[in-house]
Ligand binder design. Structure first.
Ligand code: NAD
Length: 515
């Protein structure tokens, strides 16, 4: 455990330097009503301004006007803008990654990893800009051709959560922009500074794109700083045909209903309650490392964090004591310091929610190991905790909910079918894993009879997805998919075209209508 003091250099000063170097105007950082804080020390980093209703309306109007122009630019040229964005991110990876660590409390390698994820999705989107393809389909009529064409959709609203403050924007924006859409982003109110920095880097890419002859209209990418009320403006605006919203299930329940009521599209990326099954044949060294990272990493604040662990009774005593050892010795402290593995919770609310869940688990006879607040020198205004491992016999109460903190509920099992049934018996359906060297068990888990989640892994933990795959989950996780594979289709509208190149007019299904 690390209890060494925070860096003597004030985080506020360092943050101001980074933001200035990345091109954020100083007036955006002072005089506003919203305090941007670092969870590392709890200190205020800047006072940012919330967007007004009139301002938000104007940003959306501009984005709509920009869309009407941008959709006419050939997709590979749109890809060039995203390529330049990727270059800006590469050049500024260290600074932006550091800012992610300061504002979201991630350890240094995870802050940098988040920016790497942005770079990766830009690369993917550039290639995609030459691959926005439709099908040609056999028609029943002679001298006809049937095909589908994918067209730009409109303004894409992006609402993001605090725990991936910038990568989620990139997943959506890089794809939306090559698809011919404009974007308007409402970042988490807990992480406005990384959003301002990302917006400044995009502005640089846009300026270079225009200097090099590209036609990018003003207002192509808007940013709305603020809380829930500002997000609601985006969700309610009829000029926004698609909103990709990442956050809690409670948020998605409201946002999804609003979008449905005006027939707008939603990509919902909501809470998870991810589980893993450890079978008797599992490689326990590998399993231990995977479980430790997935359950404790990012202080349990990933949507894909491991929260439930089903361990076969025959190996329970070989694995769980080793896990407890890892929980007891993991390095907790200032995430900017080398060697730290567990940084802070985002705020007091997260700490309270964790303690509430642990006390509910105790009421259910759960045996709680860890979970207490940890003092870190120089960080007294922050909330550091020892990750909690809870041995519990039944999946009920807090085990069925997502508590956005490092709590791992461990339950023994005997029968794999019963374990899979329990695995699936929660409202959420994001990510899942099985650890086994038995081919039958592995294949069963990823089959239609196995995990009901959007992500089902074998011999790796549930967290840490790559951008090449479609990302998202089922049930209360919202059903959306974003990032790789064919997720781009959600950002475009499909038209089916039938072309008659003959001189007669045969009707489908043999219908006769001769006049
Ligand atoms: P949150 O729901 O509190 O906030 C997320 C965003 O939604 C914020 O920008 C917030 O201002 C906005 N918002 C809230 N209510 C709104 C409304 N009615 N209309 C419009 N906007 C609204 O979530 P959080 O605490 O920032 O993030 C943690 C949650 O996000 C966890 O549940 C986590 O699992 C989830 N998450 C999911 C994914 C995923 O891909 N499935 C990824 C990251 C985080």
């Amino acid at each position: 455990m690390s209890t060494s003091p925070a860096s003597s250099l004030s985080l506020a000063v360092e943050t101001a330097d980074i933001l200035s170097a990345l091109g954020v105007a100083p007036e955006r950082l002072r005089g506003g009503a919203r305090a941007a804080r670092s969870p590392i020390t709890g200190e205020v980093l800047a006072q940012v301004h919330d967007e007004t209703q009139a301002g938000a309306t104007e940003v959306i109007a501009q984005a709509h006007a920009a869309f009407l122009q941008w959709r006419l630019v050939p997709a590979p040229k749109r890809g060039e803008l995203v390529r330049l964005l990727g270059e800006e991110l590469r050049a500024n990876k260290a600074a932006l990654g550091r800012l992610v660590s300061i504002e979201a409390g991630k350890i240094v390698s995870e802050g940098l990893g988040e920016v790497q994820e942005m770079i990766d999705i830009c690369d993917f989107a550039v290639g995609l800009s030459r691959q926005l393809y439709g099908l040609t389909i056999a028609t029943e009529r002679a001298e006809h051709r049937m095909m589908e064409t994918w067209h730009p959709l409109g303004v894409t609203g992006i609402i993001s959560a605090f725990n991936f403050p910038v990568a989620v924007w990139a997943w959506n924006a890089a794809i939306a922009l090559v698809c011919g859409n404009s974007v308007v982003w409402k970042p988490s109110e807990k992480t406005p500074l990384t959003a301002l920095a990302t917006d400044a880097l995009l502005a640089r890419a846009l300026a270079r794109f225009r200097r090099e002859g590209g036609e990018a209209p003003e207002g192509l990418a808007g940013l709305l700083i603020g809380g829930r009320a500002v997000g609601e403006m985006l969700v309610d605006d009829v000029r926004v045909p698609l909103v990709s919203a990442t956050g809690s299930t409670a948020m998605g329940r409201v946002v999804g209903a609003c979008l449905a009521s005006r027939f707008a599209r939603a990509i919902l990326e909501l809470g998870g309650n991810n589980a893993a099954i450890v079978a008797p044949s599992a490689d326990l060294d590998l399993t231990l490392r995977a479980v430790a990272f997935a359950a404790m990493g990012t202080a349990g604040q990933r949507c894909t964090s491991l929260r439930r662990l089903f361990v076969h009774a025959d190996i329970y005593e070989q694995l769980v004591p080793r896990l407890k050892q890892a929980y007891a010795s993991v390095a907790i402290g200032n995430p900017l310091q080398p060697g730290t593995l567990i940084g802070p919770l985002i705020d007091r609310g997260a700490y309270d929610a964790m303690q509430d869940a642990l006390s509910a688990a105790r009421d259910q006879s759960g045996r709680v190991f860890g979970g207490e607040r940890v003092a870190v020198g120089g960080c007294e205004g922050a909330y550091y905790v020892r990750p909690a491992l809870v041995e519990i016999s039944s999946q009920a109460g807090p085990v069925e909910r997502e508590t956005f903190a490092p709590i791992l509920y461990v339950m023994p099992y005997r029968d794999l079918d019963a374990a899979i049934a329990l695995h699936n018996a929660v409202p959420q359906g994001l990510s899942s894993s099985i650890f086994t060297n038995d081919l039958r068990e592995a294949e069963l888990f990823v089959s239609s009879r196995g995990s009901d989640c959007g992500i089902a892994n074998v011999n790796i933990g549930p967290s840490g997805a790559e951008i090449g795959g479609a990302f998202g989950g089922e049930k209360e996780t919202g059903g959306g998919r974003e990032s790789g594979s064919d997720s781009w289709k959600a950002y475009m509208r499909r038209t089916t075209n039938t072309v008659n190149y003959g001189r007669s007019l045969p009707l489908a299904q043999g219908v006769k209508f001769d006049i």
